[in-house]
Design a protein around this ligand. Sequence first.
Ligand code: NFS
Length: 654
Amino acid sequence: MAKELDIQEASICPSTIQMLVKAKKDGVQTCYDRANDMAACPIGDKSACCKNCSMGPCRLSPKDPYAKTGVCGATIDTIQARNFARMVVSGAAAHTDHGMAMLDLFKEVVHGKITDYTIKDVAKLKYVCSEIGIATTVTEDGGVKDRDVKEMALELAEELEKTYTQVEGEIPFMKRVPAKTLERWRELGIVPRGSMRELMEMMHRTHIGVDQEYNNITKQFQRTALSDGWGGSMVATEISDILYGTPKAVHGWVDMGCLDADYVNVIVHGHEPNLFESMIDAVNDPKNIEKAKAAGAKGINLGGMCCSGAEVLMRHGVPHIGNFLSTEAVIVSGAVDAMAVDVQCIKQALAPLSECYGTKFVTTNPRAHIEGAIHVELKEDEPRKCVDKVVEMAIERYKNRNKPVEIPQYKQMSIAGFSHEYINYMLGGKFRSSYKPLNENIINGRIRGVAGVVGCTNPRVKHDWVHVEVVKELIKNNVLVVQTGCSAISLAKVGLMVPEAAKYCGDGLAEICETVGIPPVLNVGSCVDNSRILIACAEMVKTGGLGERISDLPVAGSAPEWMSEKAISIGQYFVSSGVYTVFGATFPVTDNTKFKDLLFKGLADQVGGSWDFAKDPYEHAQLMIDHIDRKREALGIQEKQERKLFGMEDRRAL
Ligand code: NFS
């Protein structure tokens, strides 16, 4: 018998704790209970087993990793490298398939076959075109004028399709990579061709009896991961911005207190913005609002969860109800009338749990059906059919609510919307938008460096706690933090995504936050929006003064509570791009092996970035800060410089 779950120790999120207490009272289980009942497999946790053929599955000993091999003779290094590679493939495929779906949608919109969505952000369209060498103007009758939007969009779609389907050559967004970083990738032979090719080749090479040299396997999974970060994910972000608008600073509430017992509550959870954008239309349609009122509700209340929620928090300030570990807890409130989901990070347990509470649980994507859920497919040429149906079911459930509703009363204001474009504008203003002020303040030491803290929440560690403690340590030490995904919501909930949070920062960072009026922790979006962080890194290099490669920058990456294979792909593309990246919770390698050495040390010599691991948040943050300091030292900017007041002489010199 496993010991009973200690609810107070399971999370620092008071809403989630309150709902776990209710779940216990109601006699239902959540992932917290299941994680408590079932310890992680100690061999699988260390990636010391292989089930790639039926001579096995083979289990090696994490304690004595070289004592045995698999039946085929595969060593611990081969087994781990293959397992790691397959995690990268799965994670990259998730982002890439999402990105490709966005691109398909974009093409249909441009051809006029889909009319519910349009090109909302022509400026962004032009910007992306110009980034990859597509003309945005034409010369006619001796004068220069803007190119036709449709023509430009079609050329862009065709070019970006290479990200997926190209068989030879470099994917389009390689044009964004700093020259020296790209040069290194070319020397190493890890520049991605097209993601379909990279993913396929990686799967082939991890089949029994193919690639059995861990260095060589690592080379290919780096290439695969890069095809996600600078490929699939980046296309997803850029196309979403073109179709739905590039985010700029916006206020948005977070946490379960955003639910309202007097309203019909609808939640959208998953990853693709299309479902959510259409749902926003549906809940604002006067006809649907009328129906809700006729059922006795005050109206319809819409909230998001996980990355779907992150996308619309960024773009429209739609309330975000909670991250991955809160999706079951929210259902337990009894206040959710319908939850519509699409792809990724949707726990199967949500279906039976929804049934207990009478919540309409609706899957909408043909890729992701769930046993016990109601399936209403979202067809992009008539998306309203699906979302109106969900709203109708939600109203029906509201009318027939027969279970007590208990809504945690916690909510917190946050500022989201820090796209790369907005950061550029915010720092330099409309006429001089640039990263120069950021680089200058890093050089003068007010900002020590920049950290990306991202990723999931995981019931194997105290929910939200590791994220929050890592970030608090970083900002206290003048490290500016950018965030995506579920991690961003952890910090938004504790109030660190408002300018007033400057009081938790070291003096230098506090001064910057106060001057610019920004929070010390910037929400840059969903997990595919980690590509925005890559673009920001490239921009910092291009702006100058901080070295010539991404690996020269005083920056570090972190995923303190990760759980999904997507996190491994993200981590790997950051490492391969040159960013030192620390993971918490657990790490899927065996200690004292050559493969672990390669990931944690060897890669630094190849690509400048490397992996690290620390479960303890303070050690985790310290590793990142130490790395940032080493980079500052290498750049010769380790001393904090005094602020220089400009005299007339200096101005003339300028
Ligand atoms: Ni990212 Fe988004 Fe969250 Fe983790 Fe899942 S929602 S893509 S994988 S759990 S951060």
